[in-house]
Design a protein around this ligand. Structure first.
Ligand code: AMP
Length: 390
């Protein structure tokens, strides 16, 4: 396929050629036409696949055709903001689509002045954008297209609150594109709520990076905890994360390890406030804690990497979650180790009430009508925990 096979105007093709791209990459082939025609997309693709040019070309075409007036690209880091801005400026040169970037760690005064200059695409890190909005320097209601770039990384860095806040301030009738290396439950929940009728595009196989070594440790179910202790003892002094399925499981294991005399054990679970989770994480980073027991839900939104060993005490519920967990180790080409615990005789997990979806009453999906399944699940969980407390 060539760029000229995509439904693009001559000007955009000229821009792309001038920029030096000849053939579209897979993500570009699969998304550009859909972006141009205004389809909300959730795209699973790693960096290095050409995703920036995919949404960049799509947006530039829409802007030069008058289909989009102003587009916002949210990115997790200032490095990425600079990189994306440079690429979009290059691609938009012939079409005269202008891009400007705002990000933390640089002078806000300068950005406040320059942001007034004409531009059709704004690349921004979430924190800085909220700051500029609060100072009255950005009108979020102007944007009729948004890209959430590296959405999983944005959640990892703790930007969920800002991202949702920004999404709520944009025009409701907008184009929304979400790009993420992994698509797990938290990303899906955002897509359910903010990307109506979106299409999923998946690029490449999800793989554990080659520097991560995974091994399976088997034990009878009754000896699972003892086996965990063996693995921890064999690796003492290392930074270890242990993933457990439930909050209660996390608390029980932490208590049992404390009782057995393990030192430097911390936990992160959903009943803890975010400030408490951050405190534990800080201690883990500083080396005051060496073992961190966590549910994957609670560790979402916290930037944890450079972990020497990941122990999956309980198996992840899906492949994406597994990849997200193991991605805490083996960063930047460093060696990482993962131990997957397996008990062939482990009883199956009991089906919780929330797993049973039963339509009730009137309207599509039952009594609650259009309410999303995730809010239903939350309500059901609250109800369950109330009845457990009683
Ligand atoms: P990204 O996934 O956006 O980080 O892009 C990875 C790299 O691929 C960047 O250095 C781009 O300049 C390059 N790239 C993107 N699209 C193309 C293309 N169609 N042909 C050649 N290189 C490309």
């Amino acid at each position: 396929m060539k760029f000229s096979d995509l439904k693009l105007s001559g000007r955009t093709i000229k821009s792309i050629n001038a920029f030096g791209y000849v053939t579209p990459t897979e993500v570009q082939e699969k998304t550009i036409d859909q972006i141009v025609s205004g389809t909300n997309l959730m795209v699973r693709s790693q960096t290095g696949t050409g995703k920036t040019a995919a949404f960049g070309i799509g947006l530039i075409e829409r802007i030069s055709e008058g289909k989009t007036k102003k587009a916002l690209v949210l990115v997790p880091t200032r490095e990425l903001a600079v990189q994306v801005c440079t690429e979009l400026r290059g691609l938009g040169h012939v079409s005269q689509v202008k891009t400007y970037a705002v990000f933390g760690g640089a002078s806000i005064m300068l950005q406040m002045k320059d942001i007034r200059k004409q531009h059709e695409i704004l690349v921004a890190t979430p924190g800085r954008l909220v700051d500029l909005f609060k100072r009255g320097k950005v009108n979020l209601a102007e944007f009729d297209a948004i890209v959430l770039d590296e959405a999983d990384h944005m959640l990892d860095l703790g930007f969920k609150k800002e991202v949702l806040w920004i999404l709520n301030k944009l025009q409701s009738n907008r184009l929304t594109l979400l790009f993420s290396a992994t698509i797990d439950g938290s990303i899906r929940a955002i897509a359910d709520r903010y990307l109506p009728n979106s299409k999923l595009v998946e690029i490449g196989e999800m793989k554990v990076v080659s520097t991560i070594k995974e091994e399976k440790v088997e034990a009878p179910f009754t000896e699972k905890f003892a086996k965990l202790r063996d693995v921890l003892n064999e690796n003492s002094g290392k930074r270890i994360m242990v993933f457990v399925r439930t909050k209660r499981g996390v608390m029980a294991i932490k208590e049992k390890l404390d009782n057995k005399g393990h030192i430097g054990v911390g936990m992160i679970q959903g009943n803890m406030p975010q400030s408490g989770r951050l405190r534990v994480l800080e201690k883990f980073k500083e080396g005051k804690l060496s073992i961190l027991i966590a549910t994957n839900v609670a560790s979402r939104g916290l930037h944890i990497d450079n972990v020497d060993l990941i122990i999956n005490y309980d198996r992840a519920e899906d492949k994406e979650t597994h990849l997200h967990r193991v991605g805490r180790t083996g960063r930047m080409g460093l060696e990482g180790r993962v131990v997957n615990m397996h008990c062939p005789d482990e009883p199956p997990k009991k089906q919780r009430k929330t797993d049973i979806r039963r339509p009730r009453g009137r309207g599509p999906g039952g009594r609650t009508g259009g309410r999303s399944s995730s809010s239903n699940e939350k309500r059901a969980r609250r109800k369950n925990s109330r009845s457990r407390r009683r």
